[in-house]
Design a protein around this ligand. Structure first.
Ligand code: FO1
Length: 334
């Protein structure tokens, strides 16, 4: 009998095991938040539940931008200039598409296309997106458990507000990439949400997490589609006391993308106070940037505890300290 067996099961378990963390994730902001968490928590304690409302079918391929952005970032292979796609890309396939007059406004690099070919083929064979995502993440040695929020079809749709296009509904990528999110929006809808069930491990990942982190992603088009999947919002409401959100808005502006503009167009205050109102039902704590320290009291008035710290993860040293704050917003416990 080995020494371990004589001491019984769990004898080698650390006195304070690392907390299990579940991140509610969009794309770029979430990928950076997860990378930051991995500086302080082992990867096998981290689950990400990711948005699939940005997904699209193009050139016959199933493309899952947020899943791929997270995978490539954690693999250290994300294109640092764009925040999406792979580094060191070539664009020969797109040049051929352009030659034939095909759709070329959504840029797919040659390396990246391999991911979409594999995903599309596996799904055509009948594999679920959850399984294919795990296969892709494993191949990139990502380490965390990466879960699409649903295996069912869910698509974020955007209704435009102005000019000749007023009232016209387009897909998220037509809004975000083709129109460079430079058009006014009247409303957002999650097509398929009423029939979308959470993936097999999603609700348990919310129930069992020591800490839930709502990543600094766009509340309207990255986090809300995750919440729209059956049962997810209710599970997050029940787990509110374990949940910390990180504001994607700093000093009234989004770090990346159209979050502030969209919030305003959809009738929300484009500030940490608007974010507080958005997340108060599902998070007990909101981490806001030092630039918004003067709004902490207004955040608290929304019924969510503000924690002020540096949040801009592109600045050196900030990511790890933000991750520590997110894990222990009330300071290190004895
Ligand atoms: N974003 C762009 O702004 N332009 C693109 O051409 C583009 C291509 C693209 C290809 C694969 C992929 O995984 C992501 C891509 N993105 C592109 C980003 C994508 O639109 C994301 O949904 C947004 O960044 C929002 O999260």
């Amino acid at each position: 009998m080995s020494e371990d067996q004589t001491r019984g099961p769990g004898a080698n378990a650390p006195a304070h095991p690392a907390p299990s963390v579940t991140v509610i994730a969009g794309g770029v902001g979430a990928a950076r938040m997860i990378a930051a968490l991995l500086q302080v928590v082992p990867a096998d304690r981290v689950t990400a539940i990711a948005n699939v409302g940005d997904d699209l079918e193009l050139h016959g391929l199933h493309i899952s931008p947020d899943l791929d952005t997270i995978t490539y970032t954690l693999a250290g292979e994300i294109n640092p200039e764009t925040g999406w796609g792979l580094r060191g890309e070539s664009w020969q396939a797109m040049e051929s598409v352009r030659r034939y007059g095909g759709i070329d406004w959504f840029g797919l690099g040659d390396r990246d296309i391999g991911t979409h070919l594999y995903r599309t083929q596996r799904m055509a064979e009948g594999a679920q997106l959850t399984n294919v995502t795990a296969e892709i993440a494993t191949a990139w040695t990502v380490g965390i458990r990466l879960l699409p929020v649903t295996d069912d079809r869910l698509r974020t749709m955007v209704t435009l507000a102005e000019g000749d296009d007023a009232g016209r509904e387009i897909s998220f990528q037509e809004y975000f990439v083709q129109r460079r999110h430079d058009v006014a929006v009247r409303s957002v809808r999650f097509e398929g949400a009423d029939k979308a069930y959470p993936g097999p491990e999603v609700l348990a990942a919310v129930e069992n997490a020591d800490r839930i982190v709502i990543a600094p992603s766009n509340p309207a088009v990255s986090i809300d589609p995750v919440l729209a999947v059956r049962g997810v919002r209710q599970h997050l409401e029940a787990a509110r006391h374990r949940s910390v959100a990180v504001s994607p808005i700093v000093a009234g502006a989004a770090l990346k993308g159209p979050a502030a503009r969209l919030m305003e167009e959809l009738g929300h205050e484009p500030s940490v106070v608007g974010v507080a109102r958005w997340y108060a039902p599902i998070a007990a704590t909101l981490v806001i940037d030092e630039a918004d320290a003067d709004l902490a009291e207004s955040v608290a008035a929304e019924g969510i505890q503000p924690v002020v710290t540096r949040t801009i993860m592109s600045q050196p040293g900030v990511a790890a300290s933000l991750a520590r704050v997110v894990l222990e917003p009330n300071g290190p416990q004895p």
